[in-house]
Design a binder for this molecule. Sequence first.
Ligand SMILES: Cc1ncc(COP(=O)(O)O)c(C=O)c1O
Length: 385
Amino acid sequence: MNNDKKSQKNNTQDFSPFIALGDPVLGDPEKKTLCDVIDSGWLTMGDRVATFEKDFATLHGVSDAVAVNSCTAALHLCLEALGVGDGDEVLIPSLTFVATANAVLYSGAKPVFVDINNISSPHISLDDAATKITSATKAVIVMHYGGYTVDLPAWRKFADDHNLLLIEDAAHAPAVRLVGQLSDAAAFSFFTNKNMTTSEGGMAVARNAEVLNKIRQKRSHGMTSSTLDRQRGHAFSYDVITLGYNYRMDELRAAMGLVQLARLPSFNRQRKVLTNHYRQVFQINLSEVSLPFTTNHETSAHLLPVILPEYSNRQDIMSQLRRAGVQSSIHYPPIHHFSFYKKLTPDVTLPHTEEFCSRVITLPLHPALSKSDVEYVVDTLTQAL
Ligand SMILES: Cc1ncc(COP(=O)(O)O)c(C=O)c1O
């Protein structure tokens, strides 16, 4: 697949360049493992899912993990299993994918939007969070924007000081130091554009074994035995002991996840090499744009966000990049500006988030990019500006 499909740039008319924002890196090992699952005749949740969970937990330095069919499902289950529900408030950043807020609503709780620190450190702000705590606040969800970790020890202390649950939306940050280890629960994504992919998929971890057990039960209708247990004669029937969902992962995805998980450390390393190259080339060529965070920030280097100068017309720049074959995006439009959320939580003002979201664009970053692709992207942006 895209092992062969390298980003291309060529200025001839009939072969236009295309540098994708975030191509998955897939090849023969993924194809072979998918064929093996098909040959095995067992497609639904089984041994491969269990092995994927075990290997994911080991890589993250935790004792166990539960595979599900998306990070959104994992967030929902983490909240429910931790007892977050009706009447509770959950502090979340507005600078995140809408799934973070949606999951809070699924649980019956209310999302309360918190500003980021500033445009160079676009993480949920501890100071602003402190001002938003009420007697109904039950939890805070932090999100490792772009793969750059929030200050987890500081957030653990904040949660303990205020008697809150700490949940990580770790969709961007698999295999990064401390991620999944200090919070009450964490949710990961294997959606196609993530650092590792199962096409669709997710994983939950929790520091309390009982909470993780609840997540495991809720993933499959609250049932006490699986189809595989019954097929193998380990169980004849089942009970339903809690409200559950069909959030299961299947064997095809787990098999692909096992291959991708083994490649993840090298994918993350390559992303960091390319991020550092972007930083160097920007420093030389284009000091008017700034990159959030710093070179030594702990990260999976999931995204390459850059802050455009105040005077620039972002839409125009994105169109010029597109014409030159460079895909770009915006991570993210702030959630509190979406029509649905405006109605639900009117009168929210988050000055730093609003400034960041109006000036950020995300540039291509994935392990199959070359350093010359990076230089071409920066050159194109320089010309567009
Ligand atoms: C920060 C964040 N949270 C949650 C999600 C939801 O992940 P999934 O698509 O696996 O449900 C995403 C996916 O894009 C994300 O970027």
